[in-house]
Ligand binder design. Structure first.
Ligand SMILES: [Zn+2]
Length: 326
């Protein structure tokens, strides 16, 4: 029997799946990343997790064909080098693919986690059978991936699909150095930041009370909870974030005319209010012809979109596709 492994490398968790050559997952494990102990240690843990899923399957090392890895970017899929990983200390220009390949003894390919989540949803999730699909994840940040003509579109500099950094407004400043990026307006981080700001200045007494009087303890889930209970400031914060998200998606839709937008991430599961306002704004701003051919759906694989995309990429290697083009 032959197998491929997919790894979703996160700042806190390493999720590893072993799949057969049809893409059926047969084993899956999740272990802490222990990123604080440095690059070599994390690569060692990734290799060990591959060894572990093989052992659980009672499969030999010689039955493993390829490994795909979704990693936090920016990174270069063609060289396998991670340029920077915000949640992994010391990761500057690290040769992730080569280091892991040396330990597991098979070809390893890496790609941006949002790209792989797009690939996962396209092959195994909500986007199955579509030709032009946009994947957007809204959690602490906002990421995206584009499937165009049935393939992952990476762009000339391999940073296509960075929907979180579409400049949508004049402010606030974004961690990328830009300003008014969608991520700075509609991510979980942005929602919590705005709520804290209002609470600190005495303009959101309900939110402050819910956080036990400590504005710094306000989180995005808490804002959603308050909004569900009818708190006026929380409702307005959610409405504003959702409207910006709808506007960002409208830009993407008028530009690419996709048949489907797949939305994942914790913020999108946070409440129906987010969906309702986002859809209304989208419908208002998008061209009718583009709207008629559009479906907006939640991600089907939840937190497993990324690891399934990594499996899909490993399958591409196994089948001898180059996969690094666009
Ligand atoms: Zn930005």
């Amino acid at each position: 029997m032959l197998y491929v492994a997919g790894i979703d490398l996160g700042g806190t968790k390493i999720l590893t799946a072993l799949a057969d050559t049809e893409g059926r997952v047969v084993q899956e494990i999740k272990i802490p990343t222990q990123g604080g102990r440095g690059f070599d240690h994390v690569v060692e843990r990734m290799a060990a997790s591959v060894g572990e899923v093989l052992a659980r399957q009672k499969a030999g090392r010689d039955e493993l064909v390829a490994v795909g890895v979704g990693a936090p970017g920016p990174l270069d899929p063609s060289t396998g080098i991670v340029k920077e990983a915000p949640n992994l200390p010391g990761w500057h220009g690290v040769p992730l693919a080569a280091s892991l390949a040396a330990r597991v003894g098979v070809p390893v390919r890496i790609d941006n986690d949002a790209n792989l989540a797009a690939l996962g949803e396209h092959l195994f999730g909500a986007g199955r059978g579509t030709r032009d699909m946009v994947y957007v994840t809204v959690s602490t940040g906002i990421g995206g991936g584009l499937i165009l003509n049935g393939e992952l579109y990476r762009g000339a500099g391999r940073v296509a699909g960075e929907i979180g950094h579409l400049p949508i407004a004049d402010a606030p400043a974004c961690r990328c150095g830009g300003r008014g990026c969608l991520e700075a307006l509609a991510s979980g981080t942005a929602i919590a930041r705005e709520a804290r700001r209002l609470a600190k200045s005495g303009q959101a007494p309900g939110l402050l009370a819910l956080a036990g009087g400590s504005a710094g303890k306000i989180t995005a889930p808490l804002v959603f909870e308050a909004a569900e209970r009818g708190d006026p400031q929380a409702k307005e914060i959610v409405r504003s974030a959702a409207a910006y998200l709808g506007r960002g998606l409208a830009v993407v839709v008028n530009m690419l005319n996709p048949e489907m937008i797949v939305l994942g991430g914790g913020v999108m599961t946070g409440g129906s209010a987010m969906w309702d306002v986002m859809l209304r704004e989208l419908q208002e701003l998008v061209w009718e012809a583009a709207l008629d051919s559009l479906q907006v759906v939640p991600a089907a694989l939840g937190g497993r979109s990324g690891v399934m995309g990594a499996v899909a990429m490993a399958l591409e290697i196994a089948q001898g596709h180059s996969g690094t083009g666009h």
